[in-house]
Design a protein around this ligand. Structure first.
Ligand code: SF4
Length: 264
């Protein structure tokens, strides 16, 4: 009789635990699966109407009209691009296939900043297009944004490789050195100055440390809103880290909810 009671209690505990873990279980079904919107509540959260984020144009920018501001920003961004294209300021130019400048809507309220382009990005000339990039797109969509209505870029614009002599090898990525970051950072700063986002999410250690000027690690920096020259900055884990370690996904979801609040 006592055994039966223990068994019943155990089943009850397991059922409760299953409910609590439901989100986490759904996180890991495929390589690039993010949250099931029904479980995570992202579908209800998707409506950011009135924030101006979906249109990619700043809300309330009445004089001059928002579309004029957006096109002015686009023009200025293109001018920065001209400088970056031929850049040879650091050794990364020697092994790059493409300069990966960044993409998205210059009139956006939110920027995502990673560490540097990888294998796929170097080949396509676009940021976050590999598996980590696919996951980032899902992460962005989970709070009701469209990737193209945000702006995505990196701290450095050329692919940092462990061994530049084997550019065709995958898994040859490394974080940029301090020297590479210091040479390239002015381009990002110009991009930020033109876009003037309300919020910025940094992805991974390098981006957070660089923009916040700290050596503190991402696990301590994330989960809170920092101020960077009046821009609200939320550090979170890099999507590539989530692919390696899916147990980090709930933390990123928490950070995305924080971002969603800032954009409301
Ligand atoms: S990483 Fe930046 S500074 Fe270095 S060559 Fe590329 S664009 Fe220039």
């Amino acid at each position: 009789m006592e055994r039966k009671n223990i068994r019943r209690k155990l089943i009850g505990v397991l059922k409760d635990a299953r409910k609590v873990l439901a989100e986490a279980v759904l996180l890991d079904k495929t390589d690039v699966l993010w949250y099931d919107p029904k479980v995570a509540g992202a579908s209800n959260a998707a409506n950011l109407s009135g924030t101006g984020v979906r249109s990619g144009v700043e809300k309330g920018a009445a004089k001059p009209p928002a579309k004029d501001i957006a096109s002015e920003k686009e023009k200025l961004i293109n001018e920065i691009l001209k400088d970056v294209r031929g850049c040879k300021k650091c050794p990364l130019h020697k092994s790059r296939i493409s300069v990966v400048f960044g993409e998205g809507c210059p009139g956006t309220k939110v920027m995502f900043v990673g560490e540097g382009p990888g294998y796929d990005e170097d080949r396509q000339g676009r940021p976050f297009v590999g598996r980590a990039g696919q996951l980032l797109t899902k992460i962005i969509e989970s709070i009701g944004l469209k990737r193209e209505d945000t702006y995505i870029t990196n701290i450095v614009k050329c692919h940092p490789m462990i061994n530049p002599g084997t550019p065709d090898r995958r898994g040859n990525d490394r974080p940029p050195t301090e020297e590479e970051v210091s040479q390239c950072l002015p381009f990002l700063k110009k991009q930020i100055a033109v876009i003037k986002p309300v919020a910025m999410m940094t992805l991974g250690n390098s981006a957070a440390r660089t923009l916040l000027g700290t050596q503190t690690g991402i696990s301590k920096l994330r989960g809170q809103v920092h101020d960077m020259d009046n821009i609200k900055l939320i550090p979170t884990y890099h999507p590539a880290a989530l692919l390696r370690n899916p147990s980090l996904k709930p933390y990123v979801w928490e950070d995305m909810k924080l971002l969603r609040c800032l954009l409301k």
